[in-house]
Unconditional design. Structure first.
Length: 277
């Protein structure tokens, strides 16, 4: 049987790697240096799927994918929610009093801010959590630790000296999965459809463009805006709606969206995660 790959941004042991292994056990994980490279791996058929973190209930937007959404030809085919558990780890079982520095990704450090203060250690930004773990494992530092996943501690042979150092125990990240082709989903399933569209910078343009979803009883679960150009004159919007693209109500709403938009692009539809229930 040929090997199947799922790409992600980061090193082995990153949270994206962990989520890939959790939900796609039949796939080998394919680490990439950037989100763009992870997407490109699927476009170039080096991987079948790409998993990208998009939002966190504490840190907000995670991956700034918007500049890619206009260009890529991939489709979103799944969403996954994962509880993030940060662990403090070192090369050996050091006493907390000997730890002076901790390395991790900026988001992770921010999510562990209070714990870091209580431990009286100085935080240092690193490119990602798994990279921080790898750095500690390969360094000669005896006064430093990393904040990363349990998987990272196993891969880089580090000792977890304090589990769950995140300030909030309800730290959830949403991930999207991209593929070259959409999956067919039964109309009876609860489906999320993602759309990117552009409007002119005119009064009520967004209100009019989205009016069809309201009049057809379709719920919006996500709405984000970003600039199309650098002149602040045109905006692009990313929306997630609770509707199958083949439903009659969606088709009616889409007609109105097209009427008041300069560009509309459906970037995927997928079965809603059980986490939403």
């Amino acid at each position: 049987m040929p090997k199947k790959y799922i790409s992600f941004q980061g090193l082995h042991g990153a949270y994206s790697d962990l989520v890939c292994r959790k939900f796609y056990k039949d796939y080998l994980t394919f680490p990439c240096d950037s989100f763009e490279e992870a997407i490109s791996a699927v476009e170039k058929k080096k991987a079948e799927l790409a998993l990208i973190p998009v939002e966190n209930n504490i840190a907000g937007r995670v991956a700034d994918m918007h500049f890619l959404l206009e260009k890529i030809n991939l489709k979103i085919v799944a969403e996954h929610y994962h509880k993030i558990e940060h662990h403090l780890m070192t090369k050996k079982n050091l006493n907390f009093s000997k730890i002076k520095r901790v390395f991790s990704h900026a988001h992770a450090l921010n999510q562990c801010r209070e714990s870091i203060k209580k431990l009286k250690i100085k935080p240092f930004n690193f490119i990602d959590t798994a990279g921080a773990a790898k750095y500690i494992s390969e360094s000669d530092l005896e006064d430093s630790a990393a904040i990363a996943s349990k998987l990272a501690s196993e891969i880089y042979h580090l000792k977890i000296i304090k589990k769950n150092v995140q300030d909030s125990k309800n730290n959830i990240t949403r991930f999207l999965v991209f593929s070259r082709q959409s999956k067919k989903i039964d109309l009876k399933k609860k489906v999320i459809t993602s759309i990117v569209f552009n409007t002119n910078n005119l009064p009520a343009s967004l209100y009019k463009a989205l009016g069809g979803f309201a009049s057809n009883s379709i719920n919006l679960t996500r709405l984000e805006s970003f600039f199309v150009n650098k002149d602040f004159k045109q905006f692009s919007f990313l929306v997630d709606v609770e509707s199958h693209p083949e439903s009659l109500n969606f088709k009616k709403a889409l007609k109105i969206l097209n009427l008041y938009s300069t560009k509309v692009k459906m970037i995927g539809y997928f079965e809603a995660s059980d986490f939403r229930n």
